[in-house]
Design a protein around this ligand. Structure first.
Ligand SMILES: [Zn+2]
Length: 422
């Protein structure tokens, strides 16, 4: 294997991702560019918009698809609530909700026609119950029509549709293969200006752990409900320049019937070298001084060979599926992810991409996540050469993250399980 990380005499850093083979160069003069985008001028928030800033805000729950489940805080701790009807959505405050994506990547028809997949009996029962109330029917009818309009169906054609047509077309809102996990807050509680967004790193470590746990449960459910799902892609786009529709914290889970291109590549490498992740993940990061933090069963380090400056969080459990991690292992993984988001800051657009062993493969592929700082734009050079220019090399990423992690640890903002390295 080529050396993943190499500094040339002029200061150019060449990287090859040890898992995917992606080639990245960091050129010394370009690295001096400032990292943060120009921050917008803070504008005052209108108190009348409270909890209604976007369609993911909990004051607008009827604007989203019918909820699958929510996490609420009770006197006895966190509790999951499922099966609420439209009239019951405001009987508790959801800290996190999981809902079907209104504009799913692979439709119900895709799964039904390509694979003969049907909605589960549970999902059919849920649909019948939800559509048994006036508000549920009104909500779902509105969503079906909004979706048809967005697809270019003329308004005149909608007028001719019957209520039964809408109800028949609502199946995809209950038999979902593309879910969204939404956090309660759009802005920080008590925020007065629109730059005070609530992101992964501004949640408390405990809230973030619950967010991760809830996401893992949603992934387990997607696999369980669809035997043709070979992989469930889990990711979080933060801010519009990272692909988010709303500046409101959420993750997405998408079931697909093939393995991702990256997973195929990585699986081929793991077959040749079963300890690939341990050796070229934590092992290589430690050798190169790239580790930023550890928790008892997980490690975070500046990633090598990514198109954007990146931090990787790897579980040390070598092959467990996300829902096979025990409580402490989920907590460690979540805590490091939280710490790295907090160190990144809510102003930086990020993608958080999870990877896990596809259940059909018996290989040592740990649960891991990559946080990518979307601070540069790919251009013609990259398209032409497939060599990516990344403005910050991994050592510099490590330095910046560690400085901030130490401050956050001193402020008590990180979970006690997190040990900052360096
Ligand atoms: Zn919102």
């Amino acid at each position: 294997m080529t050396e993943p990380l190499e500094r040339l005499p002029d200061g150019t850093v060449k990287q090859v991702n040890p898992f995917t083979g992606t080639k990245v160069w960091t050129l010394p003069d370009r690295g001096a560019r400032p990292m943060m985008r120009t921050l917008p001028t803070p504008l005052p928030l209108n108190p009348a918009d409270h909890d209604r800033y976007c369609a993911f805000c909990w004051g607008r729950m009827l604007d989203t698809t019918p909820e699958i489940a929510r996490l609420v805080r009770t006197a006895d701790g966190w509790a999951e609530v499922r099966g609420l009807l439209a009239e019951e959505l405001h009987t508790s405050v959801p800290e996190f909700r999981v809902i079907p994506n209104l504009f799913e990547i692979l439709s119900y028809d895709y799964w039904h026609l390509s694979h003969g997949w049907h909605a589960t009996a549970h999902s059919d029962a849920r649909r019948t119950a939800y559509l048994s109330t006036p508000l549920g029917r009104e909500q779902v009818s509105g969503l079906v029509r909004a979706k048809l309009l967005a697809r270019g169906v003329p308004e005149a054609a909608l007028a001719g549709r019957t209520f039964e047509d809408d109800m028949r077309d609502s199946i995809e809102f209950f038999a979902s293969n593309h879910d969204v996990v939404i956090a309660r807050r759009h802005y920080l509680d008590g925020a007065t200006v629109d730059t005070q967004l609530s992101g992964s790193g501004t949640l408390s470590a405990e809230e973030h752990w619950q967010y991760v746990r809830f996401t893992i449960e949603a992934a387990r459910q997607l696999y369980a409900d669809n035997p043709f799902a070979r992989y469930v892609s889990i990711f979080q786009n933060w801010l519009s320049s990272a692909g988010a529709s709303f500046d409101h914290l959420h993750k997405q889970l998408v079931a697909i019937d093939e393995l991702s291109v990256q997973t195929e590549r990585e699986a081929a490498r793991v077959r040749e070298e079963p300890e690939l992740y341990a050796r070229w993940g934590e092992g290589y990061a430690a050798e190169q001084g790239l580790v930023v933090a550890r928790a008892p069963s997980a490690v975070a380090f500046a990633g090598v060979g990514h198109r954007y400056p990146s931090i990787e969080i790897h579980s040390r459990n070598p092959s467990a599926l996300p829902w096979e991690l025990d409580d402490d292992q989920v907590r460690d993984f979540a805590d490091l992810l939280h710490a790295c988001h907090a160190a990144t800051g809510v102003d930086v657009p990020t993608n958080e991409e999870w990877h896990h062993r596809p259940p059909s493969l018996d290989l040592r592929m740990p649960v891991r996540a990559v946080i990518k700082w979307r601070i540069s734009t790919l251009a013609g050079f990259e398209g032409d050469t497939k060599i990516y220019v990344n403005t910050i090399d991994p050592w510099t990423v490590r330095d910046r993250v560690v400085v901030r992690l130490k401050e956050l640890a001193d402020e008590g903002a990180l979970s006690p399980s997190v040990t900052v390295i360096g």
